[in-house]
Design a binder for this molecule. Structure first.
Ligand SMILES: [Zn+2]
Length: 53
């Protein structure tokens, strides 16, 4: 348990939206996935927690 909502919008920060299929919301929650960091919105962050490592 580390980063909660990261609301930093400093330049240089790359765009990442929720990776849930069909969801185009902002991915505020990052998880370590098979392909690097995966991002999910607050509604789908469970997807990231369930991602097989
Ligand atoms: Zn989502």
């Amino acid at each position: 348990m580390s980063d909660e909502t990261q609301s930093r919008t400093s330049k240089g920060m790359y765009i990442h939206y929720c990776m849930h299929k069909g969801c185009n919301k902002w991915g505020a929650y990052g998880f370590k996935g098979r392909y690097g960091t995966e991002w999910f919105c607050c509604k789908h962050k469970q997807d990231g927690e369930d991602t097989p490592k």
